[in-house]
Design a protein around this ligand. Structure first.
Ligand SMILES: *[C@@H]1O[C@H](CO)[C@@H](O)[C@H](O)[C@H]1NC(C)=O
Ligand SMILES: *[C@@H]1O[C@H](CO)[C@@H](O)[C@H](O)[C@H]1NC(C)=O
Ligand SMILES: *[C@@H]1O[C@H](CO)[C@@H](O)[C@H](O)[C@H]1NC(C)=O
Ligand SMILES: *[C@@H]1O[C@H](CO)[C@@H](O)[C@H](O)[C@H]1NC(C)=O
Ligand SMILES: *[C@@H]1O[C@H](CO)[C@@H](O)[C@H](O)[C@H]1NC(C)=O
Ligand SMILES: *[C@@H]1O[C@H](CO)[C@@H](O)[C@H](O)[C@H]1NC(C)=O
Length: 553
């Protein structure tokens, strides 16, 4: 009966989410999304954008740990569409990860319902479209996971909370950007930065983005859904207390400004402890030749007057960013999604079973720009890798382990093909992201949280392990790699499935810097991986093939 009521409610009320307990299970929350084109103008220049239920940025998904989330997506665009849930681990369930290596896209004029559980997670996350260059047009929004009522949160309940999507923006429009990349050219520089799709004009008529009451504390959930630009965010005359980063409660340091790399999210607390008036929230580009800056207004309720004109200054130099990374620490005694302390998982004492070094390069292939990893540039197959593997026809679509575990000394010609690493289920693996280029890089791993144990400049070598943080590195899902630097992460591969590692720098992603790893439970058991749902979309060579028998137990 609960389900029937729910369907009625969601049909009547497109924007609302509703929660009803499911007998013997975790609550289901449902959303219905109508995805359409619409004009947007974050920098004052109207371009064709992507709206969800008429909104840009898209609506928030507000959830609590262990909720089952159902999102019924109506694709009213003219192109196939898929959304991914950045940082949502989808335990046992790469089927719903929303990337083209594990799912078929939703065709124009059709709808498809995602089913995923925000199992054992808390924090600030986001979703965005992965198809085409749709991310350049919008379709992104915030995803919050609150702690369950009985789990202690290491700070007082804030008065309210705000989602802040901060990213770069190109006025050309996504179809032009796609054409540029398809023709093998460089995307060039962004035109500006937006904060929740806006940039204040500063003419005294700007509407506030957020309103605070004097004396109260607010939770700001920041994410960077942009294409390629790292930003620095700061509030005029207010400090930020960092409390959470990609699912982990952090040591609560105070910052005047914080870097937010592409694909990343964090949560800060801001107390309205200044004279009641308007203040600027400032976001400016990092690691770019030309500085791009956006501002937004944060208002005090019953405040008095416009913000002071002087903007808080950005940090200088990127060594500053490296030092800031080193201040991010896991709070070992805080509870996360479960009551036990976060630090009870002692990753520093586990033996590494495999080291994988992944180096990004920019290449010309037949005169066209491609981005590669260890000598191979990823080419999207028409059959999702997961389906090819599940239906037993992997050999017709891709080759396992077609890149070496370390960057080759010499690459004669970059190959364009899918990249799939075979990883032994439950192995504890060290991944080194090596960036020998002068551009900044940002990597995301789907399906997992990893320990970000080290970032240093120069070239990685085994002796560098002596400098790793083996005690309280933050468990997270994205990591930046500074120019001519490396980053090391530890991952326990205990989430069976086909999972994506991708550059969040979207021109690099579009032109080949991503790969998948397959980690299959030898037991083929439902304890380790869910079955393919009956409503899973099929496409490519598996279309029309008989479905393999499901796992039995
Ligand atoms: C979001 O979820 C939390 C916890 O489930 C709840 O307290 C809060 O009221 C919700 N907010 C909105 C805007 O629905
Ligand atoms: C499409 O939407 C309808 C109406 O909400 C729903 O009943 C149906 O299950 C959806 N189809 C899929 C494949 O999700
Ligand atoms: C860590 O979390 C604990 C438990 O909630 C809290 O008491 C403590 O203040 C936090 N420590 C830091 C340094 O943030
Ligand atoms: C790790 O490896 C060392 C050396 O091979 C061995 O002595 C130790 O028992 C191993 N530890 C674990 C937890 O497996
Ligand atoms: C992947 O690795 C596992 C464990 O090493 C092995 O048993 C399996 O045969 C490999 N699969 C493929 C397709 O190479
Ligand atoms: C497979 O199942 C057996 C029996 O239940 C169990 O002992 C073993 O640990 C399982 N293997 C893995 C890799 O989970």
């Amino acid at each position: 009966m609960g389900r029937l009521v729910l369907v009625l409610i969601s049909m009547l009320c497109l924007w609302a989410a509703s929660t009803l307990p499911v007998e013997g299970g975790d609550p289901i929350i449902t959303f219905e999304w109508k995805v359409t084109y619409g004009d947007v103008a974050p920098l004052g220049v109207p371009v064709k954008g992507i709206l969800i239920n008429g909104e840009f940025p898209g609506p928030n998904i507000n959830s609590t740990t262990n909720n089952n989330v159902e999102v019924n997506v109506f694709n009213n665009l003219e192109e196939p569409l898929l959304f991914t849930w950045q940082g949502i681990q989808n335990r046992k369930n790469s089927w719903q990860d929303g990337v083209l290596g594990s799912m078929c896209p939703i065709l124009p004029g059709t709808n498809f319902t995602y089913h995923f559980q925000v199992k054992d997670q808390i924090g600030s996350y986001m979703y965005y479209p992965v198809t085409d260059m749709h991310r350049a047009a919008g379709g992104f929004g915030g995803l919050r996971i609150h702690s369950r009522p009985l789990i202690p949160v290491p700070y007082d309940q804030p008065a309210d909370e705000f989602t802040v999507m901060v990213g770069d923006w190109f006025n050309k429009g996504y179809t032009s950007l796609k054409k540029i990349l398809d023709s093998g050219r460089n995307l060039g520089r962004a035109d500006g930065i937006h904060i929740n799709g806006k940039n204040a004009k500063g003419d005294g008529k700007d509407e506030p983005l957020f309103t605070m009451e004097a004396g109260k504390t607010y939770r700001y959930r920041f994410c960077n859904p942009g294409l390629k630009t790292a930003v620095n965010v700061r509030f005029q005359d207010h400090v930020m207390k960092l409390v959470e980063m990609e699912g982990s409660h952090t040591v609560q340091n105070i910052y005047e400004s914080l870097d937010l790399h592409v694909g990343m999210c964090f949560t800060v607390l801001v107390t309205a402890d200044q004279e009641p008036r308007d203040y600027f929230l400032v976001a400016s580009s990092r690691f770019t030749k030309r500085d791009l800056t956006a501002t937004g207004i944060v208002r005090y309720l019953n405040g008095n007057g416009a913000p002071k004109p002087d903007l808080p200054k950005p940090p200088v130099g990127w060594a500053w960013s490296l030092n800031q990374f080193r201040t991010f620490r896991w709070n070992l005694t805080a509870s996360a999604a479960r009551p036990n302390p976060q630090g009870s998982y002692k990753y520093g004492g586990i033996n590494i079973t495999r080291t994988i070094r992944l180096a990004n390069t920019a290449e010309k292939v037949d005169g066209k720009l491609r981005y590669a990893i260890n000598g191979v540039s990823f080419l999207e197959p028409t059959t999702p890798l997961k389906l090819a593997e599940y239906y037993g026809v992997a050999d017709k679509v891709f080759k396992y382990n077609n890149i070496p575990d370390e960057p080759p000394a010499q690459v004669s010609k970059v190959a364009l093909e899918p990249i799939v690493l075979n990883i032994t289920y439950k192995d504890f693996i060290e991944v080194i992201f090596e960036n020998h280029e002068t551009a900044i890089q940002s990597w995301n791993v789907d399906g997992y949280a990893f320990f970000a144990v080290g970032i240093e400049t120069g070239t990685w070598s085994p002796e560098k392990r002596m400098n790793y943080n083996l005690l309280d590195a933050v468990s997270r899902h994205t990591i930046q790699v500074f120019p001519k630097s490396w980053a090391a992460v530890f991952i326990t591969f205990d989430n069976a499935g086909m999972w994506n590692i991708r550059s969040e720098v979207w021109d690099r992603h579009y032109l080949g810097q991503q790969l998948y790893f397959s980690s299959l439970s030898p037991n083929r058991s439902l304890r380790d991986e869910y079955n393919m749902r009956d409503d899973t979309l099929v496409c490519g060579i598996v279309e029309g093939m008989p479905k393999p028998p499901p796992f039995s137990s």
